[in-house]
Ligand binder design. Structure first.
Ligand code: PLP
Length: 410
């Protein structure tokens, strides 16, 4: 038997049926038409946003990293809840504008921006977060072509990383951002070329559950932003401090307490270096905002045994929920929280079961030797923490199965 990550404490059942946003899982499947299905509960997203606002300094902006979940109905609701969208492609630019986000609250980071993407973003009035000197040159040319003054920021590859992150995005040689020792020169060149200077973007890591590590990184980020700004002699309108707030996906994980982070950031923002005293600050979060709000529901097609081991085969799999199979940003495969939705809260049977997807590959495992109540054909399996990096981050064309359905509640 192997343990699984903690099921978020607010999930409950009515007559054994898992409730999501107050509705039974089976009736949600009926409403959507079939399994596999992602259900997102906007009330949980809203509660998370409120948790952020009450813990963090009032002046701090909250941005949403669209790549975590770009489902259009969800994005449209996010646009009214948060202060800006961070995008990473021309496709996400269209989604962000389509969701009703004001262009001057959209920032475009990410390596490999093509000229047509730069042109579209600059024309729309979004801010480009430059990832290299070459991209700076191409952004100026794109601005010239579309006849607009470009809003430019520089993404800095910091000379430190966020300790203990699930996914490292800063420190050392990286394809993201410009090394800290060259970032000032790039910023100066863009300002001298007539760009509308927007400031710094410093993102040091992701999926972190250690408040002390996040606090230390934010402090180092503010110091780096001040050093770079002093170097170019220009105050940044905005400093994007990155994000990194993680979720408790796995056995032994505890939900991140953001209150000490808010206290530390409040004191940082009350004693800023002179050059940052007029700057605004933002944090960009993806999974932390939407991950807990999603449940992936998939139906049991077959229950079989092999050499004494029980396999539960479902109609979903890694083609929809790659992360739960352990093949997205994790080194060691561990179990996401998983349950039988129509027998929620029932006692597990003594023999563990392995829940596999319907793809013909050994890596399509959604639950490895987990303790579950008795399972039959037709049961509904629920995988929690499925609101981020699910439907849009999984190889849905692999093996030709249908795309998952998605449903937004609340
Ligand atoms: C992916 C990404 C995020 C969001 O990361 P989460 O772990 O989902 O919060 C934020 N900023 C940048 C630059 C990213 O690439």
């Amino acid at each position: 038997m192997k343990s699984m990550g903690p099921i978020p404490a607010w999930f409950a059942a009515e007559e054994g049926m898992l409730l999501i946003g107050g509705c039974g899982a089976a009736s949600l499947v009926d409403e959507a038409g079939d399994t596999p299905l992602f259900v997102y509960d906007m009330d949980i997203v809203g509660a998370q946003v409120r948790r952020f606002r009450s813990a963090m300094p009032d002046a701090l902006h909250l941005h949403y990293a669209v790549k975590a979940n770009p489902y259009a109905p969800l994005l449209a609701r996010m646009a009214g809840l948060i202060d800006g969208f961070d995008i990473a492609s021309g496709g996400e630019l269209d989604m962000a504008l389509g969701a009703g986000m004001a262009p001057d609250h959209i920032s475009f980071a990410g390596p490999g921006k093509r000229n047509d993407e730069l042109e579209a973003a600059i024309f729309a009035g979004a801010t480009i977060h430059l990832e290299s000197e070459g991209e700076g040159r191409r952004a100026l040319a794109a601005a010239e072509k579309v006849g607009k003054t470009p809003r430019l920021a520089v993404r800095v590859n910091p000379d430190f990383d966020l300790k203990g992150s699930g996914m490292k995005m800063g420190g050392g040689a990286k394809p993201f951002g410009v090394d800290a020792d060259r970032a000032g020169a790039l910023a100066r060149a863009m300002i001298d070329a007539g760009a509308d200077w927007r400031g710094w973007h410093i993102f040091a890591g992701s999926q972190n559950l250690d408040p002390a590590a996040i606090i230390a990184t934010q402090s180092a980020t503010i110091a780096l932003a001040a050093r770079l700004s002093d170097q170019i002699g220009t105050a940044p309108p905005l400093v994007n401090l990155g994000g990194g707030f993680g979720l408790a996906y796995f056995p032994g994980d505890e939900r991140l307490d953001i209150r000490p982070i808010g206290v530390a950031l409040d004191s940082e923002m009350n004693s800023l270096p002179d050059i940052l005293k007029t700057s605004e600050f933002a944090i960009e979060l993806g999974r932390w905002l939407v991950g807990e709000a999603g449940v992936y529901l998939t139906r049991v097609v077959d229950v079989k045994t092999s050499q004494g081991e029980i396999f539960v085969v479902v109609d979903g799999g890694l083609h929809h929920q790659l992360a739960a199979s352990g093949n997205f940003g994790t080194v060691v495969r561990r179990n996401y929280p998983i349950a039988i939705a129509n027998r929620f809260g029932a006692s597990p049977v003594p023999d563990p079961v392995t829940v596999v997807g319907c793809l013909c590959t050994p890596i399509d495992r959604l639950g490895d030797k987990v303790a579950l109540p008795p399972v039959q054909e037709g049961d509904l399996v629920a995988i929690f923490l499925a609101g981020a990096y699910g439907a849009s981050a999984s190889p849905s064309a692999f093996l030709g199965h249908p795309s998952p359905r998605e449903l937004l509640l609340g």
